[in-house]
Design a protein around this ligand. Structure first.
Ligand code: SDX
Length: 436
């Protein structure tokens, strides 16, 4: 565990016992109380379902200030990175901790370019996956299978293997996602072209139709690259925590990331961007007004949530949502797309931000609220939105996994519990329990 420890300046009294606990000073945000002595000295454990008050680790990768709506990757504000950087440069920043030199970035881009190709054996995976399978199911399976195809990059204690797995994942994930989409569309799988950029290759492999040139305005590539930057990391969110937990058992990077894909698929997490489009389409198609819909949300009818709203950490506007919203109009106009769902989204936001129910609960748009509108304008179906989130989040998963593996004080993740089940009792054989 890194971070400046302080002397015992937190006291905890448990019955007759008095614990002096150390703290770890944050460079920004919440300081941490080191709970290590708690169980050994009191026999008690800290109970914190959903980890609302519990830090699982110290980290230097990403910082969020939920009150101020601040997000920084390795200290750099998301607004500056989204406006001036590229996804692969941000990936290097997250993974290495510093912005690359021009030579370093060009060498990294060339390494990624070299590995975007998938062997014909690997491509067979997509032909056996059911067309109706949700893309996240296929994505998780394909990422897992990378452990089988690239055994030389598995050892989590070998820096060369970790660096190779890092490059292979970043290089092949866009190819895998494009193949998932093309399989669902019944189109042939294309090959990456050396010399095309990461984003150009991904877009072309995804959308190019047989016998046609693939041409889109530059704003398409810039918007897609920016969306990936916005999703690149986000502290210890559900999927990143899953990646860390799996990796703490010394599982390899591929199988750890596959667990992150699984966690991200949930509609309360990365699956929300798809759920937002379904929600907006429902409002449009059912003829109800956003106000009618919000009334149902406030009545908690069947646990109905306003998808794309609320956040465990942000209790103000998610800075990523603000950036996406700024881009939405410009991207749709540049792509020549009019989407009434965007108008409905604006109206939903206006109703929510002026309604006490949402204000009291500090519910604001999060990163998922507007992203689907832009993905849809680009031609992606809603089922592909969460795989796009996974592509964006990949550098963050990798950076956090590497940070965890490199921590010399790291331990396998094994939370405790508070048992509230039955006390000791003896087994009663069936013949006695329930005689014929
Ligand atoms: C992501 O953690 C990350 O960083 C995640 C993420 C990342 O980049 O990795 O930012 C990506 O997952 C964004 C979130 C996407 N999910 C959604 O948009 C789904 C809708 N949102 C909610 O399910 C919810 O807001 C969560 C899951 C995001 C956060 O839930 P919490 O922190 O556990 O909050 P909670 O469920 O305890 O809610 C507190 C109150 C409750 O009301 P009361 O019981 O007090 O009356 O707020 C209500 C909730 O019912 N509430 C909502 C709501 N979110 C919370 N009510 C209606 N609609 C919502 N969206």
């Amino acid at each position: 565990m890194t971070g400046a420890k302080t002397t015992a300046d937190v006291q905890l009294t448990v019955g007759e016992q008095y614990l002096a606990l150390e703290t770890v000073q944050a460079t920004a945000g919440n300081h941490g109380i080191v709970m290590a002595p708690l169980n050994a000295q009191t026999g008690m454990v800290a109970l914190d379902p959903g980890f609302l008050n519990t830090a699982a680790c110290t980290s230097k990768v990403t910082f969020i200030d939920g009150e101020a709506g601040v997000l920084r990757y390795r200290g750099y504000p998301i607004e500056q990175l989204a406006g001036e950087s590229t996804f692969l440069e941000v990936a290097m920043l997250l993974i290495r901790g510093e912005l690359p030199t021009r030579h370093e970035l060009e060498a990294f881009e060339a390494r990624i370019d070299k590995h975007m190709y998938l062997s014909d054996d690997f491509r067979q995976i997509f032909s056996v996956m059911p067309r109706r399978a949700h893309p996240m199911a296929t994505l998780g399976a394909a990422v897992n299978m990378m452990a089988g195809f690239y055994p030389e990059s598995l050892d989590p204690l070998d820096p060369a293997a970790i660096n190779l797995a890092t490059a292979l994942l970043l290089a092949k994930m866009p190819t895998i996602i494009s193949y998932i989409y093309r399989r669902a569309q019944g189109n042939a799988l294309l090959y990456p072209q050396h010399g095309q950029s990461y984003i150009e290759n991904f877009a072309r492999m995804t959308f190019q139709l047989p016998g046609e040139r693939f041409e889109v305005p530059e704003v398409f590539y810039r918007a897609l690259d920016t969306l990936l930057i916005l999703h690149a990391d986000h502290e210890q969110n559900c999927s990143t925590s899953a990646v860390r937990m799996i990796g703490s058992a010394r599982a390899n990077l591929y199988m750890s990331v596959s667990g992150g894909v699984s966690a991200l698929s949930g509609p309360l997490h990365g699956g929300a961007n798809e759920a937002v489009l379904e929600m907006l389409s429902y409002i449009r198609d059912s003829g109800i007004t956003p106000l009618d819909f919000m009334t149902r949300v406030k009545d908690k009818a069947g646990g109905l949530k306003l998808m794309g709203f609320g956040h465990r950490v942000y209790k103000s506007y998610d800075p990523r949502a603000a950036i996406v919203k700024q881009h939405a109009d410009a991207v749709l106009e540049a792509l020549g797309v009019r989407d009434e769902l965007l108008d409905i989204a604006y109206e939903v936001e206006q109703v929510a931000l002026s309604d006490d129910y949402f204000i009291e609960r500090r519910l604001y748009p999060n990163v998922d609220f507007y992203t689907g509108i832009i993905y849809r304008a680009m031609g992606f179906p809603a089922s592909m939105f969460t795989p796009l989130f996974a592509l964006g989040r990949l550098p963050g998963w990798i950076a956090q996994w590497r940070e965890m593996v490199a921590d010399p004080s790291g331990k396998i993740g094994r939370p405790r519990q508070v048992y509230v089940g039955p006390g000791l009792r003896d087994y009663v054989p069936l013949a006695v329990r329930d005689p014929r």
